[in-house]
Design a protein. Structure first.
Length: 232
């Protein structure tokens, strides 16, 4: 089953990035990082939930079928998409997915368009820009800071839970607890403490920072960081 809570967090993260007082170039790079992070989890494609945002800042580029760069090499395949549902398109669209034949576009049956992302080999806008990848915890801290600036306490809470219960599990850090506090959790704790979460309900029980359930399976590193962040 798709991890809907991760999909929700990334969707809201895109909205936070879109509202940030930064250039569209910076927004494109941060959104690339958000989707790169989402790909580490069992999630579905969620771009179309925020299609208007992604198109407005030129993170996504739309192609009519016949204008796609590889259409002339595979016209039968591309024309068959007209009657198909939403689907990924691979670099060699008539081959199977592999390390050498990954997804390069997404077909949207509703708009009858192919969409490519910033960073895709067929993205032809803003060609002077390159992708800069953040370490997951560096990206998390950046988003928590921005959520705080925008007074989005829900995303401060849920991203803090996402860091503690998901990132440190799926993408564990080799830093000590002391190093994690110094680099990330001292600031996260300060931001977290600046909001009143008395009446806040996390989007999912798995992100509940005050549930005793977590204490049964967290690593020592995670538990110490959790208790540090939530200490009053």
């Amino acid at each position: 089953m798709s991890m809907w809570e991760v999909e929700y967090i990334i969707e809201q993260t895109v909205r936070i990035i879109a509202s940030a007082q930064i250039t569209n170039s910076e927004k494109r790079n941060l959104i690339y990082n958000a989707y790169h992070l989402q790909a580490a989890f069992d999630t579905s494609h969620t771009h179309f939930r925020v299609k208007g945002i992604l198109l407005s800042i030129q993170y996504m580029q739309a192609y009519a079928l016949e204008d796609f760069p590889t259409y002339n090499r595979h016209p039968k395949y591309f024309n068959s998409l007209i009657e198909a549902g939403d689907s990924w398109v691979y670099d060699n669209p008539e081959g199977t997915r592999s390390a050498d034949n990954s997804e390069v576009a997404l077909w949207d049956s509703e708009s009858q368009r192919l969409y490519v992302d910033f960073g895709s080999p067929y993205y032809s806008l803003n060609t002077d820009e390159t992708v800069t990848l953040y370490e997951p915890l560096d990206f998390a801290l950046l988003i928590i800071r921005e959520a705080s600036k925008q007074q989005n306490k829900g995303m401060v809470y849920d991203w803090t839970g996402f860091v503690l219960f998901y990132l440190l599990t799926i993408l564990p850090s080799n830093k000590t607890v002391s190093e994690l506090k110094q680099a990330y959790f001292t600031e996260i704790r300060s931001i977290f403490a600046s909001f009143d979460f008395t009446d806040y309900e996390p989007i999912d029980d798995r992100l509940d920072l005050y549930s005793d359930f977590h204490k049964e399976w967290l690593s020592e590193q995670q538990l110490k960081c959790l208790l540090y962040v939530t200490a009053t």
